[in-house]
Design a protein around this ligand. Structure first.
Ligand SMILES: Cc1cc2nc3c(=O)[nH]c(=O)nc-3n(C[C@H](O)[C@H](O)[C@H](O)COP(=O)(O)OP(=O)(O)OC[C@H]3O[C@@H](n4cnc5c(N)ncnc54)[C@H](O)[C@@H]3O)c2cc1C
Length: 376
């Protein structure tokens, strides 16, 4: 018998839905809650690397992911010149194994729908528009009072509520994300035929301009700049600012730029990073995903690391008969250094650009690819 028979998962992002699927599929009673009234209603695209795809396959959603997304196996590097010259086409590491593509691009709302539908199909109970008011634990369980006044007692509470985790503060962890100094415009739109993989343009007026196909008809495109407070900008002003920065990039960017007309399709986000020191639990409440380790998307590994946390936590909970220090030290051993290394490498890639320093980018990417190619 596993050491848990009922679990509350707070947050229905990648980490939370993956945990809910893994536990509910094994017969554990799972309540999955999210503060939003609709999960995945907004968002552009996501680049899911092979090691994340390996976890999605384990969760039984690979066919749906492949059908909805756009797989590719190489990365293009282009110059910020008038022709958008292709400088190199680099085969991408297949970090999930040779039988999975290196990368799949997906619209975020579609991935969110696939994950929540799978969680419901294997028996998790999903409550949207729900947050928790308080947590109190003793040796045998956690008493939870929800914001609507209802309550429950659980063997374990999993805080998967993202970079601004309220669960994190509720269990007394005061670490907060810090800005890395960069900001990103992202736009979701139609895929021109010229976009068949991610291409990155380094230099020009932005640090990076890039794009990722997310399906037969869609892509997301992005431009990374020095962090700025653009919160007072209207959507139309944000669109104009993105178009202005993107004007310096050519080749497939010329096809993309003409489609950048919808202010509602453009978002602006500051890059942040966070590594909460281990352990990530306080008694029977544990934090996973962005709640404890968040990285700028320079390696597109945040989602994959969140899925790996869920996989390891689920495996340990199902294979042990009690929730004890041994379980938590096994969780720390398998997750802390790996996630921390990915965060630090993601920050380093951006820092080299901020410092105008020629770092060993291919070497660092190869190191991380080798690391995440190993099973979590
Ligand atoms: C600009 C940008 C681009 C990125 N691109 C990529 C990429 O291409 N590939 C990649 O792998 N990663 C990418 N990432 C990182 C990736 O998005 C995250 O690492 C990943 O989404 C983390 O998943 P999570 O489940 O831990 O958190 P989230 O996805 O943030 O999910 C947390 C969930 O908790 C809910 N929640 C929040 N507070 C509460 C509360 N109090 N009560 C209940 N529910 C709550 C939220 O509504 C949300 O649904 C990117 C990140 C950024 C900032």
């Amino acid at each position: 018998m596993p050491g848990v028979s009922n679990v509350l998962v707070i947050g229905a992002g990648l980490a939370g839905t993956a945990t809910a699927i893994g536990l509910a599929d094994a017969g554990v009673a799972v309540d999955l809650i999210d503060v939003k009234i609709e999960v995945g209603a907004i968002g552009s695209g996501i680049t899911m690397q092979g090691n994340g795809l390996r976890e999605l396959r384990r969760l039984g959603v690979w066919d749906a992911v492949l059908a909805a997304g756009y797989p590719f196996d190489s990365l293009g590097l282009r110059a910020p010149d008038p022709a958008g010259t292709l400088l190199a086409e680099i085969p991408d590491a297949r970090t999930g194994g040779p039988d999975l593509p290196a990368t799949v691009g997906l619209p975020r709302p579609v991935l969110a729908r696939i994950m929540t539908e799978r969680a419901l199909a294997v028996g998790a109970k999903l409550r949207l528009g729900t947050a928790i008011g308080s947590l109190a634990q003793d040796a045998g369980g956690v008493d939870v009072v929800f914001a609507d006044g209802s309550s429950g007692r659980y063997d374990l509470v999993v805080g998967a509520d993202g970079i601004r985790s309220a669960t994190r503060s509720m269990i007394g962890i005061t670490d907060q994300p810090r800005p890395t100094g960069m900001g990103i415009f992202r736009a979701f739109g139609p895929r021109p035929a010229s976009v068949t993989r991610t291409d990155l343009y380094y230099g020009g007026p932005a640090y990076i301009a890039g794009y990722c196909p997310t399906g037969a008809d869609t892509l997301y495109a992005y431009v990374v700049e020095d962090a700025r407070d653009r919160s007072a900008q209207t959507p139309a002003e944000r669109l104009a600012a993105m178009r202005e920065l993107a004007a310096a990039y050519h080749g497939p960017w010329d096809d993309i730029r003409v489609t950048l007309t919808d202010p509602a399709a453009v978002s602006y986000t500051l890059f942040e990073s966070l590594v909460v020191p281990a352990p990530w639990n306080r008694g029977r409440v544990v934090l996973i995903g962005d709640a404890v380790h968040a990285c700028p998307p320079t390696l597109a590994q945040g989602g994959a690391q969140a899925l790996e946390d869920a996989a390891v936590l689920t495996e340990l909970l199902l294979s042990r008969t009690s929730v004890d220090d041994e379980l938590w030290s096994a969780f720390t051993d398998r997750r802390f250094e790996r996630a921390k290394t990915v965060v630090e490498a993601s920050c380093q890639l951006g820092q080299w650009q901020l410092d105008r320093e020629q770092g060993d980018v291919p070497g660092l990417i190869a190191t991380i690819s080798a690391l995440v190619s190993q099973p979590a």
